[in-house]
Ligand binder design. Structure first.
Ligand SMILES: Cc1cc2nc3c(=O)[nH]c(=O)nc-3n(C[C@H](O)[C@H](O)[C@H](O)COP(=O)(O)OP(=O)(O)OC[C@H]3O[C@@H](n4cnc5c(N)ncnc54)[C@H](O)[C@@H]3O)c2cc1C
Length: 419
């Protein structure tokens, strides 16, 4: 804290433990015993980590601490860490992002956006000891991963990539440029998409794991709303990748791209929910103790009704995300044979959740800051940090209109249901 101006009596109430207590009072009735136990485990970890978190330093030093507790990722089973599944991943992300949403975003980029591609490779029957070892390195937090889809000229239109792959006898040569590579400047491994034929991206897309030492170059770009995460422009100039690093070839890369987007958008939603809950709860605490005109300001309808409106929206959004996570676990992840109808529904509803929650996180931060007044713009409370991260939520994982486009596509298919 550069200069303390907040009242001590309010500051002493604004502990992370109190924040989690309020979160739990709102959320635990929705959860089963296993979920509650898991949340408490994460919260204990976060409360212990909090004194080490310096909000002006990079987030990466905490990856190995997360890894030691199996908290890099919890969608897939890894070592003896239990419980696991999509719902658990959402709970991990919400709780961690209440502590530090930038740390959570860097974490899930490495372990969900990047490492999930390796899990998918094994789910589809891949066998490769080197990739198994890299998966362990990413899950333990010893190494850092990135995902490269977006290009300077291909953002929302990501399928029509310009990054070219050329086959040789024993390798693929990559040429192209990617941009907005989260973790890029720090990454040891990159999951990178390219195509053999720009005219036929769906039929020729390749997904490859590329270790940095094969020649991937990165330059950091400045993103002021997430200053503790390194984000890059990534250059691939005649990068020769041995066959053993190909995860999905000859158009299968296109299928894996979409397989990856569902968990990606769900976990971005969970990060956004952590931002919502963090901002809202710190706001609730402050307005319960801050007095003006002889009253706690929460008692003024202008303040209390505003927070009540936000709480009802955040509770509904949380219920939606957790329900989607539960269905994803039951009918896709843990099912003997994933249900095709549910998979289709999930792809659509995840866009609805991501669209709604990303936008809500920005609304919540902005509105809570207005309800709290000047203090929320200082470093005396974490509000402005949440607010900064909320600015990127709608862009990452596909901008607002792309989520709407996916939802609109489903709407335009209703004729099939009624004809
Ligand atoms: C902080 C940050 C981190 C990121 N991390 C990663 C990462 O790790 N890996 C990665 O691959 N990418 C990453 N991205 C990229 C992100 O996914 C893209 O920025 C996003 O998909 C949008 O692409 P774009 O920025 O090129 O915008 P554009 O595609 O140029 O879109 C600009 C505007 O046009 C609208 N638009 C575009 N097409 C349509 C359409 N058909 N209908 C209606 N409106 C449309 C968009 O909604 C948007 O409003 C990151 C971005 C940011 C900002």
């Amino acid at each position: 804290m550069q200069e303390k101006i907040i009242d001590d009596k309010i500051l002493e109430k604004m502990t992370l433990a109190n924040v989690y207590n309020i979160f739990n009072a709102n959320i635990f009735p929705m959860l089963n015993e296993e979920d509650i136990k898991f949340c408490k485990e994460i919260q204990k970890f976060c409360i212990e980590l909090e004194p080490k978190v310096n909000t002006s330093e990079d987030v990466y030093e905490f990856f190995s601490e997360l890894g030691k507790h199996g908290f890099m990722q919890r969608i897939n089973v890894w070592k003896d860490y239990r419980p696991f599944g999509m719902k658990k991943e959402l709970l991990l992300s919400i709780n961690l992002s209440i502590l530090d949403a930038e740390l959570d975003a860097a974490r899930f980029t490495s372990s969900v956006l990047c490492a999930n591609a390796l899990f998918h490779y094994f789910h589809h029957g891949g066998k490769n000891e080197k990739i198994e070892k890299i998966k362990d390195e990413l899950m333990s937090g010893e190494k850092i991963g990135s995902l490269c889809i977006t290009e300077p000229e291909r953002g929302s239109d990501s399928v029509n990539m310009t990054t070219m792959c050329t086959k040789t006898d024993d390798s693929i040569i990559y040429n192209g440029k990617k941009v907005f590579t989260t973790n890029g400047p720090k990454a040891d491994y990159f999951v990178i998409y390219g195509v053999y034929d720009k005219e036929k991206p769906r039929e020729t897309m390749v997904q490859t794991l590329i270790p940095r030492e094969l020649g991937v170059k990165t330059n950091r770009i400045a993103i002021s709303s997430a200053p503790r995460i390194h984000i890059a422009q990534t250059f691939l100039e005649d990068v020769k990748v041995p066959q053993e690093f190909i995860l999905a070839d000859n158009g299968d890369g296109y299928k894996r791209l979409f397989e990856g987007l569902v968990p990606e958008r769900l976990v971005i939603s969970a990060n956004g929910l952590g931002v919502c809950w963090g901002a809202l709860i710190y706001g609730m605490i402050y307005t319960n103790y801050r007095r003006q005109f002889g009253k706690d300001i929460i008692k003024f309808e202008g303040v209390g009704f505003g927070l009540a409106d936000l709480l009802s929206k955040v509770t509904a959004a949380t219920a939606l995300a957790l329900q989607v996570g539960t269905i994803y676990d039951e009918k896709i992840l843990f099912a003997e044979k994933p249900n095709k109808e549910v998979s289709k529904w999930t792809a659509g509803v995840v866009s609805q959740a991501k669209y709604h929650i990303a936008r809500l996180s920005h609304e919540v931060c902005y509105e809570v800051q207005q309800q709290m007044g000047g203090i929320s713009l200082t470093d005396n409370t974490p509000l402005d940090r949440y607010s900064n991260v909320s600015k990127i939520e709608e862009v990452i994982g596909g901008a607002r209109n792309i989520q709407l486009l996916i939802i609109q596509n489903a709407l335009s298919k209703i004729k099939k249901i009624i004809e």
